[in-house]
Write a protein that binds this ligand. Structure first.
Ligand code: KG4
Ligand code: ZN
Length: 345
């Protein structure tokens, strides 16, 4: 451990295994990432067109010790230097979550270290703290990933008010399904973004869904079905299908909805700071659109680097730090909770 580390430093080993990334990180005082190791299983799941839960769990078991050892090594710390262990305990795939949770409990028990269970979405939100040292609550955060689409008011560290969420598919899930339909494969987000660069975003008018009883809720199954219907229609009429135009038009439809819902909330709640998080937050079109509207409205705009947008353990370490500082401790009875709600323990 280097000399800079003082007694009062809080050094957290964080573990993330909720989906198809086996990840471990060492984070100092919540915002300084000493290491961030991610073993991505994407290549394995690509063969099946999406994440296969059983395969994910088995791969996590195979990789987790290796990933933790590497994270400690890169951070130049040992288990004896740690203050606490942070781990994602939900939401996610139960078998995948259990691998991380069991590992974290074993280390906590063996080394007498406090254990802090972290909500995966709280992790995504907290990814913003790492590279934006000035960012502090309150702020508004749009969390857009493969499993979640949440518009959240971050009232304080660990205190959240969910304004809206998706009623059906998550934004990333829609990207993945549309990518499959136009033959781009898994994971769809980055592939749609790349294809969209070559296409015309105004070529096809896909629908922008509004939910009448909650202006902050989202629905993406309609735009996904519209893409599938459009493709079927072209096939039946013998018309040419231009995948890059579909990608660009679909991406624009999703970005429009994400931006308009978020800006509506920003106006109603007089927001002056907006952050985005989750895998879809690495999308260039979404970032550009958000940046532009934020500039116009004098809202400060924050987003993590792409590597901190998709699943990683550094974000879990950041979230675990603030939970740890506010006194949150999990017992050795901590369990994986696949449908854990944000703000619940
Ligand atoms: O946050 P994440 O790694 O996992 C979940 O917690 O779900 O997000 C993965 C999702 C996938 O659906 C992927 O297609 C999407 O994020 N994604 C993107 C981009 N990169 C990843 N979506 C749009 N544009 C991207 N560049
Ligand atoms: Zn995630």
């Amino acid at each position: 451990m280097d000399e800079k580390t003082e007694e009062k430093d809080v050094i957290i080993l964080a573990i993330e295994s909720s989906c198809d990334e086996t990840a471990a990180a060492v984070v100092r005082n919540g915002r300084e990432v000493l290491s961030n190791v991610i073993y991505s299983q994407i290549d394995l799941h690509t063969l099946y067109g999406g994440v296969v839960p059983e395969i994910a769990s088995r791969k996590h078991i195979e990789k987790i010790n290796q990933v933790i050892e590497q994270a400690l090594k890169e951070a130049a710390v040992t288990l004896d230097d740690l203050t606490a262990i942070g781990v994602t305990y939900g939401p996610g795939l139960v078998g995948a979550l259990l691998v991380g949770v069991s590992e974290a409990k074993a280390i906590s028990y063996a080394k007498h270290l406090p254990l802090v269970g972290v909500h995966h979405i709280e992790g995504h939100i907290s990814a913003n703290y790492i590279e934006n040292q000035d960012l502090e609550p309150p702020f508004l955060c749009l969390v857009v990933s493969g499993g979640h689409t949440h518009l959240v008011r971050v009232l304080d560290y660990g205190k959240y008010e969910i304004l809206g969420m998706t009623r059906d598919d998550a934004a990333g899930e829609a990207f993945d399904k549309v990518a499959r339909a136009i033959g781009l494969g898994y994971p769809g987000g980055p592939k749609i973004e790349k294809a969209a660069h070559e296409g015309d975003p105004d070529a096809i008018a896909f629908p922008r869904a509004r939910i009448s009883d909650n202006p902050y809720d989202f629905s993406f199954s309609g735009v996904k079905s519209a893409v599938l219907n459009y493709i079927n229609g072209c096939r039946m009429k013998g018309e040419e299908i231009v995948p890059v135009d579909i990608a660009a038009s679909f991406q624009k439809a999703v970005v429009d909805v994400l931006v308009s819902h978020t800006m509506h909330a920003a106006e109603v709640f007089s927001i002056d700071k907006l952050a985005i998080a989750g895998g879809v937050a690495s999308n260039g079109a979404l970032r550009d659109a958000m940046r532009q509207v934020c500039e116009k409205r004098h809202i400060r705009f924050y987003h993590p680097s792409p590597i901190l947008c998709t699943d990683n353990a550094a974000m879990i370490g950041a979230a675990a730090y603030y939970e740890y500082m506010s006194g949150t401790r999990s017992g050795l009875d901590l369990n994986a909770i696949p449908y854990l709600k944000l703000g619940e323990r």
